[in-house]
Design a protein around this ligand. Structure first.
Ligand code: SF4
Length: 493
C-alpha cells in the first residue's frame, strides 16, 4: 500500500458513482424544500431538541474548550503523517488476523466488497449505519450483483423501507414524523404487527422484531467505523441502539468500509474523541454502545474480518492546505443542528450524502468544486457551525476559500461573468475611491422614496429583483455616517 497516498495524479471522487453528485443546484432544490411545510415543521422541532440537549451536556464540561483543542490537534497531527498512520494500521490489523484492502475510488471499493460477499456464497448482508458506504453507493452496487443489504439502524431502516434518501448525518429520517413512519412500516415491513400505532415504543418494537430475524440468519455484516487506532489495529463503532453491536458480533464475516481519514494514532486518543462525539451528536454524556474490535479473536465474534480503506477524493482534499481540515470531521452533525440554512432547507437540498455545513465544504472538495459549485454558497456565513464543531473545523473560512476557487475557475474559462461578479466588480471600483463612494451614497438617497411604509424595500425591478425576490433591502438612512460625523465633530478626525 505504500504508494497509496503517493500516487501521482490525486483524483477527485468519480462522477456518477455513489451519493456525492447533486442532480440539481442547491438553490433550486432548497426552493422546492422550502415549500414543504411538514418537512420544515419536522426539522425545526427535531433540531431544536438536539440543540438544547447538546448545549446542556457541553455546559457540564468545564474543560470543553481544551477538549476541542485536543481533538483538533490530534486530527491535524494525523493528517500530517497520514501515510505513516495508515501503514501502521494495516500492519496492526494484519498482525491480528484481519485483512486490509485499499480502494482508490467508489468503483474499486464496491468491487472489493462485492467480491468479498460473493466469496462467502451469501446473498444477504446486514449493515451497520455507515456514511462511507452511502458515499460510494454500496447498497446499489450490491443490489446490482444480486446481494440484498439490510440497513439495521432504525432511522436508516425507515429511509430504506421508504425508498427515500437520508437527510441528516446522525438522524437520517429526521424529515419523517411518527405518522409517516407508521405508514412506511405498515406498507413495507414484512411481518408488521396488525394495528400498528404511532407510539414510539410500538414502532421500535415492530422494527426490533423485524431486525432480530435478520440478525439471527445473517452470515455477513458490513459496517463503517468511527475511528481506527493505528497503534493497535482496533476499529471502533459508536451507536445508540445496539443494532450495530448485533451486526458486529453475530455474523461469521465482518467487512468494514472506512475513509482513510478516520485513523487516529494512539489508543489514548480515543479518550478525547469518545468525550467529544456523544455530547456533540446525540447530546449524551456517553454513547450507549461503543464497540471495539481488533482483528480476529478465535471462537469469539466474526472469524473473517476485512477492512476496506477508501480514498475517493480524500487525498485531493489533503492536498488543499486550507480545506484539508474538513478531513478532521468526526460526523457528529452538531453543525447541521445549528445551521439556519439546514434547518429550513433540510438535508435533501444538498444533493449529497453529506448535508449541512460540513456537506457544503466536504462534498465539493471530494468531487472537485466545479462538480458541485452551488454548495459553498449554501451558507449565510453566520459562523454557528464553527462555534459548535468539536474539532474546531473553520467551516466559514473554507466556504469562502471554495467560493474564491469557483470564481477563479469561472474567470479562467473566459465565460461571461455572472451578474453577481459584475456587481462585485462595480462595488470594488466604487469603494476604491472616497470621491466615488460619496457620490454613490448621495445617489442612494433616491432609494428613500421607496419602502416608506415598512422601512425596508421589498421589491425592485430587474435585474435588482434577484436580491429582493429572496430578501428585503434596508431603506437607505436619512443621514450617512460621514454626514453624522461631520455634523457631530465638525469635520474633525
Ligand atoms: S464539521 Fe464539526 S460539527 Fe460538523 S459534523 Fe463534522 S465534526 Fe461535527
Amino acid at each position: 500500500m505504500s504508494t497509496f497516498l503517493g500516487m501521482p495524479g490525486r483524483a477527485h471522487a468519480p462522477a456518477g458513482v455513489g451519493m456525492l453528485h447533486a442532480d440539481r443546484p442547491f438553490p433550486a432544490a432548497a426552493r422546492a424544500a422550502l415549500g414543504d411545510v411538514q418537512l420544515r415543521r419536522n426539522l425545526g422541532r427535531a433540531t431544536a431538541t438536539i440543540r438544547a440537549k447538546r448545549a446542556a451536556v457541553v455546559a457540564e464540561v468545564p474543560h470543553w474548550e481544551e477538549l476541542r483543542e485536543a481533538g483538533r490537534a490530534v486530527k491535524a497531527a494525523t493528517m500530517a503523517s497520514l501515510d505513516v498512520q495508515l501503514e501502521q494500521l494495516e500492519a496492526a490489523v494484519t498482525a491480528r488476523g484481519g485483512q486490509v484492502h485499499w480502494a482508490r475510488d467508489a468503483n474499486e471499493a464496491n468491487r472489493i466488497v462485492t467480491d468479498l460477499v460473493r466469496a462467502t456464497g451469501e446473498t444477504e448482508v446486514v449493515k451497520v449505519k455507515s456514511m462511507a458506504t452511502q458515499e460510494i453507493g454500496l447498497n446499489e452496487a450490491l443490489a446490482a450483483a444480486g446481494i440484498t443489504a439490510l440497513e439495521t439502524d432504525l432511522a436508516e431502516l425507515i429511509v430504506q423501507l421508504g425508498h427515500d434518501r437520508p437527510s441528516h448525518i446522525l438522524v437520517p429520517a429526521i424529515h419523517r414524523n411518527r405518522s409517516e413512519i407508521r405508514e412506511i412500516f405498515t406498507r413495507e415491513m414484512p411481518g408488521v404487527p396488525p394495528g400498528l400505532t404511532t407510539e414510539p415504543a410500538a414502532l421500535a418494537g415492530a422494527a426490533r422484531a423485524h431486525l432480530r430475524r435478520a440478525f439471527l440468519r445473517a452470515k455477513v455484516a458490513i459496517s463503517g467505523a468511527n475511528f481506527a487506532v493505528a497503534q493497535t489495529g482496533t476499529l471502533a463503532v459508536v451507536e445508540s441502539e445496539g443494532n450495530g453491536r448485533m451486526c458486529l458480533t453475530l455474523p461469521e464475516t465482518l467487512i468494514t468500509v472506512m475513509g482513510i481519514e478516520k485513523v487516529v494514532p494512539r489508543w489514548a486518543d480515543l479518550a478525547t474523541f469518545l468525550q467529544l462525539l456523544p455530547r456533540s451528536s446525540t447530546g449524551e454524556r456517553m454513547n450507549p454502545y461503543t464497540s471495539l474490535w481488533t482483528g480476529v479473536t478465535p471462537g469469539d465474534g466474526p472469524q473473517a474480518v476485512h477492512l476496506v480503506l477508501i480514498d475517493n477524493g480524500r487525498t485531493a482534499v489533503l492536498a488543499d492546505e486550507v480545506g484539508r481540515q474538513a478531513l478532521h470531521c468526526i460526523r457528529c452533525s452538531a453543525c447541521l443542528n445549528v445551521c439556519p440554512v439546514y434547518e429550513r432547507a433540510g438535508g435533501h437540498a444538498y444533493g449529497s450524502v453529506y448535508p449541512g455545513p460540513i456537506g457544503a465544504i466536504l462534498t465539493p472538495m471530494l468531487t472537485g468544486v466545479e462538480a458541485n459549485p452551488s454548495l459553498p454558497y449554501a451558507s449565510s456565513l453566520c459562523g454557528a457551525c464553527y462555534e459548535v464543531c468539536p474539532v474546531k473545523i473553520d467551516i466559514p473560512s473554507i466556504l469562502v476559500h471554495l467560493r474564491a476557487e469557483h470564481v477563479e475557475a469561472v474567470a479562467a474559462t473566459g465565460r461571461v461573468p455572472s451578474p453577481e461578479a459584475v456587481a462585485m466588480a462595480a462595488a470594488g471600483w466604487v469603494m476604491a475611491s472616497p470621491r466615488r463612494f460619496a457620490a454613490a451614497q448621495a445617489a442612494s438617497r433616491a432609494g428613500r422614496l421607496l419602502g416608506r411604509r415598512r422601512g425596508v424595500i421589498g421589491a425592485l425591478p430587474p435585474p435588482l429583483d434577484r436580491w429582493t425576490s429572496a430578501r428585503d433591502l434596508p431603506r437607505p438612512p436619512a443621514e450617512t455616517f460621514r454626514q453624522w460625523w461631520a455634523r457631530e465633530r465638525g469635520g474633525r478626525r
